[in-house]
Each structure stands twice: as structure tokens, then as C-alpha cells.
Design a protein around this ligand. Structure first.
Ligand code: ATP
Ligand code: MG
Length: 211
């Protein structure tokens, strides 16, 4: 893993995988790997959100801790990059602002895709300035267990027709894991090994998260 968006300079194409990552799990890592394997991107940037607007009112782990877990999870993956740019931003974080900041900081010579899972793309019309956002960068939407592939693809076609945007869909190997499920398991005292990398599991235990 490399650290900081400066590492992306010189990449012709990269992908951005944003998320709350509370905690990061093997589903996120699989999405990153599948994007590396199925597209011509050179790197995948993992971007934990700061203060996610759609999770207002919920009890979210501090950004620094979610960031730390993300770094621990990405150890050993050469094509993955970590950045704390959203965590460090004060106030609510919106993807549109992040996309604009990335464009400004990385420059015109590189192109990027914003990656979401099926559940997230289905909600895209609730995101801040989504019409502008859909025009600003290309998207990749990956399949997710629990979301019917056919209706997900149908929805993406509808979006493309309606907004003239570019969204590629990728069918990825099913990893039926969610952060919510992990938090619930920890609260219930159920072992989470196999759902998150070992170092992330240790961090959760050592810091008493999700209890
Ligand atoms: P929570 O249950 O707290 O919502 P989550 O598991 O959905 O957590 P997020 O951080 O919300 O994780 O997701 C970040 C991004 O990763 C989203 O675009 C989501 O669709 C995608 N994603 C998460 N888990 C998977 C998975 N198992 N397979 C494919 N995509 C996933
Ligand atoms: Mg989610």
C-alpha cells in the first residue's frame, strides 16, 4: 500500500473506492481487487469518509480509527493507495467535493473512476449535486450479495439513459459481508475472524470498538 494522493500522480487511470469503512472488510478488498483485475486502472484509492451525510445521527467510529483500520487492511497490497483527505476535512463530506478536489490536485492527465457497490449506486439520486457528479467522472458499480444483478443493471441503464453518464458495471465474486454485520457480531461477542484482515480484528479488540 502507498499513502497519500500524491502517489496517484503519473497514473493515467485510477479508481476511487469511498466508504465509511466502519470497519473495512474483505468485501471492500474484493471490490478493489476486482476493479484492478477487470479494468485498465493502475491503482485503487481507498478513501474513508469523514462525516458521512447519509449516516448522520448514527454512532460512527472516529475518522482516525477508521483510517487506521483501513491502512492495516491494505498492508501488502501494492496497487492500493490510502488517503485521509476526507477524514481531515472539517464538516460534512460529500463525494462531489472530493471528486473536485482530486481533479484539481492530481491534474488533467489522469482520469479516474468512482467505484460503488450495487446498494450505493441505487441511492445515487440522493447524493448532493448528483447530476453534476455523474457528469464529472466515470463510475464503476460492482455487484453485491443481496442485490439482484438484473435489476441493478437495469437501474444503471436507466441512469445512463437519463443523465448521459458513464457507468460501467462489474460482476465481482460474492463476498457476503457488511460492516453493520461485523459491528453487530462484535457487540454480541461473536468472532469476526475471516470477515476482516487479522490486524483489523486485533485493532477492534484492542480498542474495544463496537461494544
Ligand atoms: P455498512 O453496513 O456500515 O453500510 P458496508 O459494508 O456497506 O457498511 P460501506 O463502507 O458502507 O460498507 O461501503 C463502502 C462501499 O463499498 C459502498 O460503495 C458499498 O456498496 C461497497 N461495498 C461494501 N461491502 C461490499 C461487498 N460485500 N461487496 C461489494 N461491495 C461492497
Ligand atoms: Mg454501506
Amino acid at each position: 500500500m502507498e499513502c497519500g494522493i500524491e502517489c496517484l500522480k503519473g497514473c493515467k487511470k485510477f479508481a476511487v473506492l469511498g466508504g465509511t469503512f466502519d470497519p473495512i472488510h474483505y468485501g471492500h478488498i474484493m471490490a478493489g481487487k476486482a476493479v484492478m483485475d477487470n479494468t485498465d486502472v493502475e491503482k485503487v484509492l481507498f478513501l474513508p469518509s469523514g462525516d458521512p451525510p447519509h449516516k448522520q445521527g448514527k454512532n460512527i467510529t472516529k475518522g482516525a480509527m477508521r483510517g487506521k483500520m483501513t491502512c492495516l487492511a491494505l498492508e501488502g497490497y501494492d496497487d492500493f493507495v490510502y488517503s485521509s483527505m476526507e477524514i481531515e476535512r472539517t464538516g460534512r463530506t460529500y463525494t462531489i467535493d472530493t471528486v473536485k478536489e482530486l481533479k484539481e490536485k492530481i491534474g488533467k492527465d489522469s482520469e479516474f473512476y468512482f467505484v460503488t457497490g450495487a446498494d450505493a449506486i441505487l441511492l445515487i439520486e440522493t447524493w448532493k449535486n448528483y447530476k453534476e457528479l455523474l457528469g464529472l467522472c466515470n463510475f464503476i458499480a460492482v455487484t453485491r450479495p443481496g442485490y439482484d444483478n438484473k435489476s441493478f443493471k437495469g437501474f444503471v441503464s436507466k441512469l445512463k439513459k437519463e443523465y448521459g453518464c458513464a457507468i460501467e458495471t462489474i460482476e465481482i465474486p460474492e463476498v457476503d459481508i457488511s460492516s453493520s454485520e461485523i459491528r453487530q457480531k462484535v457487540e454480541d461477542g461473536i468472532n469476526i475472524s475471516g470477515l476482516v484482515p487479522e490486524k483489523v480484528e486485533e485493532y477492534i479488540i484492542e480498542n474495544g470498538l463496537y461494544k
